[in-house]
Design a binder for this molecule. Structure first.
Ligand code: SF4
Length: 382
């Protein structure tokens, strides 16, 4: 009988993936392969930026290999219009529930935190199931879940959409799909990218296959990566290897969690709950096929219908005056190049959306950025 393969203890795995010698060894290979031309590589995940910044990985890269953060923070790209809708629903008397980060995301209409301060019943939840339970416990009140996120958040919400939901429960959704956003950046022709690091947790849902369009359409390598320092550096190394071989393809570095085809059950749940339509990304604009919207058959649970909310987009950039999140979100500006960084705009008092959430690039740089590292990065850009 074939012996079952023994899985490595997660803590041992983590210490290996953070091992300084191993990490520096991979960085040395990157320097060797980078050659004269180098590469401009984008990741699209707040957790990847967290790893890169917290561990100072950029200090290990040669100056001509640039790791930039793309649109990987759902709070940052949630439109003011969606937040305004949530405020309006709360002001109409519903219990409005949402994740903690969304309370402080500020717009020209104020924030959900402001709405709560003026008497609206806005409550923080850790899971959409908490909101469903709240509806069951408050049968005389309408309870609305304001869901904001990418595929990893949308999939569990999709899986609870059924006729069993309480009649006094409904949803406002601002769910977005990550790969169409990267596609839109490349299709615009304004952004040069040599490689894409695909987010590991999103890819557990959509699979590495979702990123195959980049080598196929644009000749740009795509590598799905995990969240330890060695994961991220290995992804960069794999991109450089593909560039050298002249054979762009999609690769999966995060095989310990991601299957090439993704999670078929989660994908089926999303197809059952949502239609894919164009969506507005704050700081970027409309992106085709990038939003998930409740299907007509679930319209009884659509808070916009229930509360007769007429939604409309606020402005092209949808950002406060002087905020450069539109450039930060697409990797054209590093956070500390914004004149407001660390002055008018801090995690304690965020001025723009990229400083609100732990997944926002400005927040991460403010929280973890080592000035010596930042100087080195800037020197590499000149
Ligand atoms: Fe926007 Fe603040 Fe970042 Fe500047 S530092 S881009 S104002 S979030």
């Amino acid at each position: 009988m074939k012996k079952a393969k023994k899985e490595m203890d997660p803590e041992k795995m983590q210490s290996l993936l953070r091992n300084e010698k191993a990490v520096k060894g991979i960085a040395g290979e990157i320097s060797r392969l980078a050659g004269k031309h180098g590469a401009r590589i984008m990741h699209v995940c707040g957790s990847h930026e967290h790893t890169a910044t917290r561990f100072g990985l950029r200090t290990l890269l040669p100056a001509n290999v640039e790791l930039i953060a793309g649109p990987g923070c759902p709070v940052c790209v949630c439109s003011s219009a969606d937040i305004r809708d949530a405020i309006e629903v709360a002001k109409k008397g519903a219990i409005l529930t949402t994740f903690g980060d969304m309370m402080r995301d500020r717009t020209q209409h104020g924030s959900l935190e402001d709405a709560r301060a003026t008497g609206a019943d806005v409550r923080m939840v850790y899971s959409p199931l908490d909101a469903v339970q709240m509806a069951k416990d408050n049968a005389r009140r309408e309870v609305v879940f304001f869901g904001v996120g990418f595929e990893t958040t949308a999939a569990p919400v999709a899986s609870m959409v059924s006729d069993d939901l309480p009649a006094n429960f409904s949803m406002l959704t601002s769910f977005k799909l990550t790969s169409p956003a990267v596609d839109a950046l490349l299709a615009s022709g304004k952004h040069h990218l040599d490689g894409i690091i695909a987010p590991g947790h999103v890819s557990t849902v959509v699979g590495a296959v979702d990123w195959a369009r980049f080598p196929e359409k644009y000749g740009v390598p795509a590598v799905v990566a995990g969240f330890e320092p060695a994961d991220l550096l290995l992804a960069i190394l794999k991109i450089l290897q593909q560039m050298k071989a002249g054979k762009p393809k999609v690769e999966n570095e995060y095989t310990r969690l991601v299957r090439f085809e993704g999670n078929p059950h989660a994908q089926e749940a999303m197809r059952n709950a949502f239609d894919v339509k164009p969506a507005f990304w704050r700081g970027i604009g409309m992106i085709p096929d990038s939003g998930l919207f409740l299907k007509e058959r679930w319209s009884d649970f659509d808070a916009k219908r229930k509360f007769e909310i007429q939604s409309s987009i606020d402005s092209e950039k949808d950002l406060p005056k002087g905020c450069h999140c539109d450039e930060v979100i697409v990797g054209e500006l590093y956070p500390n190049e914004c004149p407001l960084f660390g002055k008018t705009c801090t995690p304690a008092s965020p001025y723009g959306p990229c400083m609100v959430s732990g997944e926002g690039t400005c927040y991460i740089w403010h929280r973890f950025g080592d000035p010596r590292e930042l100087r080195k990065i800037l020197a590499g850009r000149k």
